[in-house]
Unconditional design. Structure first.
Length: 437
């Protein structure tokens, strides 16, 4: 097995049975050692990303079916005895309607898993699936579960962004006092303050398209992408249909800025300049071509202990080394990844030099460009197979999808350590470090 010693956490406890003077317990004199299991990734799958509109290939497939097909594939390819799985945790960024009501438990039953497998749904906006995987790892390390599946789902053709709108943006009092502005405004604020031009963000978007096209042409996703089928078993989609490999700088330049109306007509530019009075005006550089694509999809990651692997006859592929989340400024909203990764590196005693590859969600071009500048990263180790600009961003599923992409690429290149991170709504970010075993 991998050479990763069990972690030990020392704490103090009063009045243990082996206390030499139990009648007069001495506080803080006896040390209780608790052994934490390691949490390993054993496998992962994802659906292809379908265009998130009524004519998209996955529109006819309900969200619960996207999850159920992912769970079936995850169990089937390893002949997994599903009674060994304790919990299934699914992230979703719009957990309403058919995506609500604890979709994880419904999908467990729909997929034919053992009745004993529990289910829960988590919501951390775009970081929901990564949070679900981290939740699974926490259960394993704490000994609450031997194995759990973390993942996520979003059918953006069957719901809409803002379906679960809460006080953050819908309550005028809350929105006013938090300087609320839509995410696209935040992306344009980042570009404005960082000095990224329209040509800069378009150039980044073009490179994402080129990398995604190359990755598909070379079969880099073939190990993990499962075809989605209809009720009769016929394949509906077996590749990411959102990508546009024929994109050029000229075609990107022809697109109109997407957030001018929000900024100027709806007044959010004024909110931004009030929040940041050193910024004279907002430069609107983001378009549909350099922002993440609206798509449908689901993903699942099997996480377990060493004992689970032995019982299931499976070999671990990676150790979930560490993870954390953070809150950041809520008007910009999208600059949290750099803060979150610094926090995570400090906790682990690592530096970016210890990281071989990085996957950061391409919510908008400026988000990744800002992160690379802040962390002094070369683009040749970041999103090497393209990202959500080219492939799409199924909000609640992306974190698990890009974790799988990262692991597959670490294996393909025979590298060791990877980092995955996402920004999320209302000034949030989550990050996770994985290490091959």
């Amino acid at each position: 097995m991998p050479n990763h010693p069990e972690r030990r956490v020392s704490g103090q406890q009063v009045g243990l049975r082996d206390n030499p003077s139990p009648q007069v317990p001495t506080p803080f004199t006896n040390v209780l050692e608790v052994t934490l299991a390691q949490a390993y990734i054993y496998d992962h799958v994802r659906t292809p990303r379908g265009r998130g509109r009524p004519d998209g290939s996955l529109h006819e497939v309900s969200s619960i079916q996207l999850v159920a097909q992912s769970l079936k594939a995850l169990a089937g390819r390893s002949e997994l005895d599903t009674s060994l799985v304790d919990d299934v945790i699914m992230g979703c960024a719009q957990p309403v309607g058919e995506q609500g009501g604890n979709i994880a438990r419904g999908a467990v039953l729909q997929a034919g898993y053992a009745q004993s497998v529990a289910g829960q749904q988590v919501h951390r906006f775009c970081a929901s699936a990564l949070e679900a995987m981290n939740n699974a790892a926490m259960q394993v390390t704490a000994g609450a579960a031997d194995a759990a599946i973390g993942g996520g789902v979003e059918s953006m053709s069957r719901t809409f962004m803002g379906a679960d709108t809460g006080a953050w943006c819908a309550d005028p009092w809350v929105a006013y006092h938090n300087y609320y502005a839509p995410q696209g405004i935040g992306a344009d604020i980042i570009a404005t303050r960082a000095g990224f031009t329209r040509e800069d963000v378009d150039a980044y978007a073009l490179e994402s398209q080129k990398r995604a096209a190359k990755a598909w042409d070379e079969g880099r996703f073939s190990r993990s992408v499962i075809p989605v089928v209809d009720s009769l078993g016929y394949t509906l989609l077996d590749n990411d249909e959102y990508r546009r490999p024929d994109t050029t700088m000229e075609s990107l330049a022809s697109l109109k800025p997407a957030f001018v109306t929000f900024g100027k007509d709806f007044g959010f530019d004024a909110v931004a300049t009030q929040r940041y009075p050193d910024m004279f005006e907002v430069s609107h550089v983001h378009t549909a071509g350099n922002s993440s694509g609206i798509v449908d999809g689901a993903a699942a990651v099997l996480v377990g202990s060493e004992a689970f692997g032995k019982a299931a006859g499976l070999k671990p592929r990676a150790l979930i080394k560490s993870f954390t989340s953070i809150g950041s400024e809520q008007t910009i909203m999208l600059d949290g990844p750099a803060h979150c990764v610094r926090k995570l590196l400090k906790r682990t005693g690592m530096t970016m030099a210890d990281i071989d590859l990085v996957e950061i969600n391409e919510a908008f071009a400026s988000v990744v460009m800002h992160f690379m500048r802040e962390m002094d990263l070369d683009h040749d180790k970041v999103n090497v197979n393209g990202g959500a600009i080219a492939l799409g961003h199924p909000l609640g599923a992306t974190g698990a999808m890009i974790t799988g992409t990262l692991l597959d690429e670490l294996e393909r290149r025979n590298l060791s350590t990877g980092l995955v991170t996402l920004c999320a709504g209302n000034g949030l970010a989550t990050a996770t470090i994985i290490e091959r075993v």
